[in-house]
Design a protein around this ligand. Sequence first.
Ligand code: DAH
Length: 336
Amino acid sequence: MLDDIASLKEEVTNYSIANKDELESFRLEFLSRNGKVQDMFSRMSEIPNEKKAEVGRAMNEVKNLAQQTFDEAKARLEREEAADLDATDDITLPAAPYSLGSYHPLTQTMEEMKNIFYRLGFSIADGPEIEDDFHNFTALNFPPNHPARDEQDTFFVEKNENDQDLVMRTHTSPVQIRLMQEQEPPIRSIMPGRVYRNEAVSPKSYFLFHQVEALYIDTDVSIAELKETLISFAKLMFGSDVKYRLRPGYFPFTEPSLEMDVWWETNNPNDDGKWLEILGSGMVDPNVLKAVNIDPEEYTGFAWGMGVERIAMLRHQIDDIRIFYNNDVRFLEQFH
Ligand code: DAH
């Protein structure tokens, strides 16, 4: 057997590979499933046990040699081919265009939002996209079986080991609860992330979108500070001449609640433009603070949840949310 191995080794060593056809013949003869190397290994059962180690070593050596011979010849042939210029090759032609990727417009908008809030003194936190009922609803003061739960068009996943519903989070607000459970006030953080709603897909809504949540908890936080922060954000994001309005709103987890709209100015002379809601916000409801054992007599706070798609649509004059999710390069290329 050792003699056979030695002669196979010699065959491999003496094989000449001068072109791609010969490379392929070499592969078929030695390295393929029916090749000589595999064939040699299949004779291992004939070898008496005490010889197996020695013979195995010799076999492996030949196998490695064959593989190495193949790899080297392949690399050499490729090098030769690349260098094989002839008179018809114009080496002064510009190189083929190399298209560079870039960040998705939603990522760009999200990064800009993060930068603004970083400058305003907020840190950044995140939480899971699959949430339990407690964090997504109950701790946020959604009463059990209240229609407000339906308004969120929830995707239910399954129940956890405590028979609690697990859901695709319908908003980033549950991260507020997680932060307050983990951290003592003062808290001043934003929480960017994906959220999911079981909604019919249309130019205005998609079953997946992004929010940037914020939470500020300290002693004596006032609604004046909330308004000032939102207005500063709108000016930094859209420019100091941004047209905005704040109106009263309703959320179970804030009291009072506000919504902010930004004016959408179209380029179309026949269209007057319209108000687009970009966020919900308010003073954190005392019941929410109680759910995480923070004393509402000592601490107050504000919160908001901003829609990243809405903000990107306003910035770039995009009127159909679905285009963010098509992966159409003709759209994406415009955001280099
Ligand atoms: N979670 C709300 C939504 O998705 C938005 C929101 C409103 C977040 C008020 C807040 C808030 O933190 O205070 O519609």
